[in-house]
Design a protein around this ligand. Structure first.
Ligand code: C5P
Length: 313
């Protein structure tokens, strides 16, 4: 059997291996509303996919097996607690096929970082297994399964820049100028648990210690229609930032270094953190910010956005 083609037992020729690349996300605007009865918060968020990628390779196999390399190796469970395995099982159940695949995950997106790495891997798995098994699902079909796996998974199928409402799972594209934004992304030591960060925000709000809620994304959406990084920078915001900094106070120095020493247009925590992101004018300005931030970070990466979501190839 060659690597490129595998002959299935029923005689149908199926393509394999299938390689899918999927980006990390940041939130340009993350407005957190009240806690709902189902344990989620009502959100108004603007998702933005950036050029830091994970990759899933799916091959035919006798059972469902996941291996991995890169960020989180040795820490991430590879059994059915893993979102990759759960995504493959969910698609197989829905499509009434046997969940048989050998999946390999190459991770650059860190765990529990506020970059939706686990959700990205789940989205990539849906696309990869759909192609491997010849399921023929549309993006809308995959999005329905995606939202059962996590609030950010539908966006990672989509990519680009998009508005997320509900608990984040209802995604619609944002009208923006064809523009590339330059980001500096600072990975922190250790992660933050998303539910804990939301709980911390509820606690700060109840104590009257949280900043005023961001509210509408209108200013941000208007800034995306321009090309001016100073204007976009002024409109970025994240209600979860105060909670992330409260749980990991050293993030304040990271943000400050990028803003003051690096001269970033804006500095903010990505999602529930602890990754911090900085808006640069261009790649040269990005290098300058990266230098200022690197003493405060585990590693620093230059990235661009928006980029497409989970895609074969
Ligand atoms: O949907 P996902 O599994 O990624 O969410 C992880 C956790 O983050 C939820 O269990 C919840 O505690 C918190 N969350 C929230 N409100 C949202 C999204 C996530 O409170 N809109």
């Amino acid at each position: 059997m060659t690597e490129a083609w595998a002959l299935e037992s029923d005689g149908q020729l199926a393509l394999g291996p299938v390689r899918v690349r999927v980006p990390a996300k940041i939130n340009l605007h993350l407005s957190v509303g009240p806690l709902r009865g189902d344990g989620y918060h009502e959100l108004q968020t603007v998702y933005h996919a950036i050029s830091i990628f994970d990759e899933i390779t799916a091959r035919h196999g006798d059972s469902l097996v996941l291996t991995m390399q890169g960020e989180g190796q040795g820490e991430l469970e590879l059994d059915d607690r893993n979102l990759v395995v759960r995504a493959a099982q969910a698609l197989a159940t829905s499509a009434k096929v046997e969940p048989k695949a050998r999946l390999h995950l190459r991770k650059q997106i860190p765990l529990a970082a506020g970059l939706a790495g686990g959700s990205a891997d789940a989205a990539a798995t849906l696309v990869a297994c759909d192609a491997l098994w010849g399921t023929g699902y549309s993006r809308a079909d995959l999005a329905k399964i995606a939202e059962t796996l996590g609030s950010d998974v539908p966006f990672l199928l989509h990519g680009g820049t998009a508005l997320g409402t509900g608990r984040g799972e209802a995604v619609s594209p944002v009208l923006a100028r064809a523009n590339k934004w330059h980001w500096v992304v600072a990975f922190a030591d250790g992660g933050l648990s998303t539910p804990e960060v939301y709980r911390e925000l509820d606690r700060l709000r109840a104590a009257g210690a949280a900043p005023k809620p961001l509210g509408s994304a209108d200013a941000l959406l208007a800034a995306l229609r321009q090309r001016d990084p100073a204007e976009l920078g002024a409109a970025l915001g994240n209600d979860l930032e105060a909670a992330a900094v409260s749980l990991k106070p050293e993030l304040a120095a990271t943000l400050q270094a990028g803003r003051k020493e690096g001269g970033a247009h804006a500095a903010l925590v990505s999602g529930s953190g602890p990754t911090c992101v900085f808006l640069a004018t261009d790649a040269t300005h990005g290098e300058q910010i990266a230098e200022a931030v690197s003493p405060h970070a585990r590693s620093v990466h230059l990235a661009q956005g928006p980029v497409p979501g989970a895609r074969v190839g």
